[in-house]
Ligand binder design. Structure first.
Ligand SMILES: [Zn+2]
Length: 226
């Protein structure tokens, strides 16, 4: 597990999930792949926290590699599960998991088939934009495109930390790109513009390492190049 910035830790187990350690307990952003939630529980232990310290699990979107561990983590922690109102029915098993925008590539279709089916979980708080009742230091930013209900989360700490989910990805040189799991669309690119208008020093991504300084500037540079 890696510390991204003070009290923000990245758990990497095929996909990234995040532990936010605060005075009022712990908030998780995303829940990892199905049957891989042990890495998150281990991450909690490594910072001296336990499952009982987790008060909220916030999901960026309803793909198996981001909500796969949600049901198990909810059982272990007793925490509230939070997701967007649009993606919540998928997490609850009421609608099929939507394909990522790039799944017409055969190799990615193959990889997607290797991911175990996620266990559905009841969503306790459905959000659209703005505050989260049980995690008031996080602001919900709607960033549709990767999924219809995709949200990013802005933490008011360390100059601002944006949890981007799969709404973008970092390049190796600290820039921003759409990422292998996305393709250009008006909705997707509008979400990039929304993020570029925010102020944040740090950006955390589902499928790349973080940008640890000047992150909103990196988003603005990418948007300017579109
Ligand atoms: Zn995704």
């Amino acid at each position: 597990m890696d510390q991204v910035t003070t009290g923000v830790h990245q758990v990497s187990k095929g996909v990234n999930a995040f532990i936010i350690d605060g005075d009022d307990g712990v908030v998780l952003v995303d829940a990892g792949l199905p049957k891989r939630h042990g890495a998150i529980v281990g991450g909690l232990a490594s910072i001296g926290r336990s499952v009982g310290d987790v008060r909220a699990i916030v999901l960026t979107h309803a793909h198996a590699d981001h909500f796969g561990g949600a049901a198990a983590l909810k059982r272990q922690t007793g925490a509230s599960l939070i997701a967007s109102d649009i993606d919540a029915p998928v997490i609850e098993g009421l609608r099929p998991v939507p394909a990522p925008p790039i799944l017409d590539l055969p190799v990615l279709r193959l990889i997607a088939r290797l991911v175990p089916s996620p266990e559905s979980a009841t969503v306790d708080e459905r959000v659209t934009i703005g505050a989260i009742t049980v995690a008031p230091d996080l602001e919900v930013i709607p960033t549709p495109g990767h999924t219809d209900g995709h949200i990013s989360l802005l933490l008011d700490r360390a100059g601002g930390v944006l949890f981007v989910g799969d709404a973008a990805m970092a390049t190796r040189s600290g820039g921003v790109q759409r990422g292998f799991m996305n393709r250009k669309s008006p909705t997707f690119d509008s979400s990039l513009v929304v993020m570029a208008h925010l102020e944040f020093a740090v950006a955390c991504f589902g499928h790349s390492g973080p940008i640890t300084s000047g992150a909103s500037g990196a988003f603005r540079s990418f948007v300017d190049s579109l």
